[in-house]
Design a protein around this ligand. Structure first.
Ligand code: B12
Ligand code: SF4
Length: 460
C-alpha cells in the first residue's frame, strides 16, 4: 500500500514582514502521523510532500503524485489555507481516482462535515492512531467507517479518539523531508542548522480567540527524558545546533522545564533554544535556569495591548504582569518577542491607539502584530458574528491567512485606517531610540534588522 501525506501551500508573502518573512517550519504533526504509521504498518510505502518546504507548484505536485500513485492520501487542513488543501485533494483524485483521501488537522477537527464535501473522510483530533487504523483497514479491503475520530458521512456524529500517551510516540519522521530548507522567523533563531520540536499538546487556558479543536482544553506534556532524547537525536543524527520549541505554553509545567534544563546541562548538549509561553508562567528562578540551559529567546503571547484588551480576550493577566515577565527575562539574558492582537470585539480605534503606548512600555525586543482572527471553533467567532462585527464572509474566512488584513470591524476606523495603523505600528515600534540602541549594540541584531528591513520595504 502507498500512502501520501501532504501539507498544502501557504504564503507569508504579504503577511507580517518582521515575524513572518522567511518563516517556514517542518509540519511536525504530519511527520508524527508518518512515524506512527511506519511503526504500525512497516510494509507501507510512505511519501510526505510539504508544499511550502519543497517549494512545489501545481505542476510539480501533480508530477510527484502521479509518479508515486498513492492508494491513500492524507492532507492537513488549516482554516486559513482551506482552498489550497481542497485543491490538493482534487488534484490527487484527478491523477489517482481510486485513491482514498482523508483530511486531518485543525480545520478537519473544527469542521469535519465541511471537509467531507471534498475528502472521503475527515480525521478529528490527534491523527496518529486513527490514520494508521484507516490505512490498516483499507489495506485489508475492510470498510473504513466507524473508527473513533474518523468521519466518513456528514450525517454521522463526530467522535474523538482517546488521548494518546505522547511520551510513547515515535519521533516525527524528519528523515522523510529535507530539514535544511526550514527556518524560524527572523529574530527567532541564532544558530543554524535549526529546527523545531513540539513537546506538549493542548493548553488549559481559555483565551477567546484560540482554536483548540485538535488537542482540547488540557495540556499533556512529554517527560523531560523524552524531550532530551529527541534533542539528542536532532543533534547527533541531523547536526542540529538550535531548537525552536513550538509548544503553545512551553513552561506550563514549571517542574518539567526545570528538570529538562538540568538534564540539558548534565548531558552537556551544545544546543541553543527558543520557546513560546505566557507571561504568567515564568519567574526569575525559572528564567535563570532556562538561560543557563541554552534558552536565548522567548515569545510571549501577550495579545492584549492594554488591560482592557487582556480582559476582553480572557487572557487572565494584565500588562503589569507582562512588563514584569519581560524585564525578568531581560535580566536573565533572554531576548523577548511580544505577540499582540489588534481589533478584538470591544476595542475601538481610540482604545487601540492608546494601547500602543502600553506595548512600548512592555518593551519586548521584537514584536509581532496580527489582526484578531475569528476561527470558527472559537468564542471570538461567535461573539463577532452575534454582534455583527465580522468584516468577512464565512467563505472569505476560509482562506484568510494574512495577519495584516482586518477581519473584524473596529468602531471609529475604516479598513484603510486599520491597515495604516498596523503598518505604522511596526515603524513606530522599531524606530524608538531604545529599540534602535539594542539593535546597534550587537552585530547579529543589526544584521537581522537589515534583513528584516529589506522584507519590510518590499511589503510596505
Ligand atoms: C508550528 C506551527 C506552524 C508552522 C508549521 C506548520 C505546520 N504545518 O505544522 C508554520 C509557522 C509554518 C505555521 C503556519 C500556519 N499556521 Co500554524 N501553527 C503552528 C503551531 C504553533 C504548532 C503546530 C504543531 O506542530 N503542532 C503539534 C502537532 C503534533 O500537531 P498538529 O500539527 O495539529 O498535528 C496533529 C493533528 O492536527 C493531526 N493532523 C495534522 N495534519 C494532519 C493530516 C492528516 C492527514 C491527519 C490524519 C492528521 C493530521 O494529527 C497530528 C498529530 O496528532 C500550531 C499551534 C498548535 N498548538 O498546534 C499553529 C496552528 C496550527 N497554526 C495555525 C495557523 C492559522 C497557521 C497558518 C494558516 C497561519 C498563516 N497566517 O498562514 C499557516 C498554515 C500553514 C500550513 N498549511 O501548514 C492555527 C490553525 C488554526 C485553524 N483552525 O486552522 C494554529 C492551531 C494556531 C492557532 N491556535 O491559531 N504554523
Ligand atoms: S492563546 Fe495560548 S495561552 Fe491562550 S488558550 Fe491558546 S494556547 Fe493557551
Amino acid at each position: 500500500m502507498k500512502v501520501l501525506l501532504v501539507n498544502p501551500p501557504h504564503s507569508f508573502s504579504t503577511a507580517n514582514p518582521l515575524a513572518g518573512a522567511g518563516l517556514s517550519l517542518p509540519p511536525l504533526g504530519l511527520l508524527s502521523v508518518a512515524a506512527y504509521l511506519r511503526r504500525e504498518l512497516p510494509g507501507v510505502k510512505l511519501k510526505v510532500l510539504d508544499w511550502p518546504g519543497a517549494r512545489l507548484n501545481p505542476e510539480a505536485f501533480a508530477r510527484e503524485v502521479s509518479a508515486f500513485g498513492p492508494d491513500l492520501a492524507g492532507v492537513s487542513v488549516h482554516t486559513g489555507t482551506f482552498s489550497a488543501s481542497v485543491a490538493a485533494a482534487a488534484a490527487i483524485k484527478k491523477i489517482s481516482p481510486a485513491c482514498f483521501t482523508a483530511a486531518g488537522g485543525h480545520h478537519a477537527s473544527a469542521r469535519p462535515a465541511q471537509c467531507l464535501k471534498y475528502f472521503d473522510a475527515a480525521v478529528i483530533g490527534e491523527g496518529e492512531k486513527t490514520f494508521s487504523e484507516l490505512a490498516r483497514r483499507l489495506a485489508a479491503g475492510a470498510p473504513p467507517g466507524g473508527l473513533p475520530g474518523l468521519l466518513t458521512k456528514p450525517g454521522d456524529p463526530p467522535t474523538r479518539p482517546e488521548p494518546l500517551d505522547i511520551d510513547s510516540l515515535p519521533f516525527p519522521a524528519r528523515d522523510l523531508l529535507d530539514l535544511s530548507v526550514y527556518r524560524p522567523a527572523i529574530f527567532a533563531y541564532r544558530r543554524q542548522p535549526v529546527t523545531s520540536m513540539v513537546t506538549s499538546r493542548g493548553c488549559p487556558y481559555a483565551c477567546g480567540f484560540c482554536s483548540k479543536s485538535v488537542f482540547g482544553p488540557t495540556c499533556r506534556a512529554q517527560s523531560p527524558g523524552r524531550v532530551l532524547a529527541e534533542m539528542k537525536e536532532l543533534a547527533e543524527n541531523y547536526g542540529i545546533k538550535e531548537i525552536s520549541f513550538q509548544d503553545d505554553t512551553f513552561t506550563a509545567d514549571r517542574e518539567r522545564v526545570l528538570r529538562l534544563c538540568a538534564l540539558i546541562k548534565e548531558n552537556r548538549l551544545d544546543l541553543t533554544w527558543a520557546c513560546m509561553t505566557r507571561v504568567d508562567l515564568v519567574d526569575p528562578g525559572l528564567l535563570s535556569a532556562m538561560a543557563g540551559a541554552g534558552c536565548f529567546s522567548i515569545a510571549f503571547g501577550i495579545d492584549g495591548a492594554s488591560d482592557g484588551s487582556c480582559g476582553l480576550m480572557g487572557k487572565g493577566f494584565d500588562t503589569a504582569r507582562a512588563r514584569a515577565a519581560v524585564s525578568s527575562a531581560r535580566a536573565a539574558g533572554i531576548e523577548t518577542r511580544g505577540y499582540y492582537m489588534f481589533g478584538y470585539p470591544g476595542e475601538t480605534f481610540a482604545s487601540l491607539r492608546a494601547s500602543f503606548e502600553k506595548i512600548k512600555e512592555i518593551d519586548t525586543d521584537h514584536v509581532f502584530f496580527a489582526f484578531a482572527h475569528p476561527f470558527f471553533d472559537t468564542p471570538l467567532y461567535r461573539e463577532a458574528k452575534e454582534k455583527g462585527l465580522l468584516d468577512a464572509t464565512d467563505e472569505e474566512l476560509l482562506d484568510a491567512h494574512d495577519n495584516s488584513v482586518p477581519l473584524i470591524k473596529v468602531p471609529g476606523a475604516s479598513r484603510e485606517d486599520l491597515v495604516k495603523f498596523y503598518k505604522r505600528a511596526y515603524l513606530r515600534y522599531y524606530l524608538r531610540p531604545a529599540s534602535l540602541a539594542r539593535r546597534l549594540a550587537s552585530p547579529r541584531a543589526l544584521a537581522d534588522t537589515f534583513r528584516a528591513a529589506l522584507y519590510f520595504v518590499r511589503w510596505y
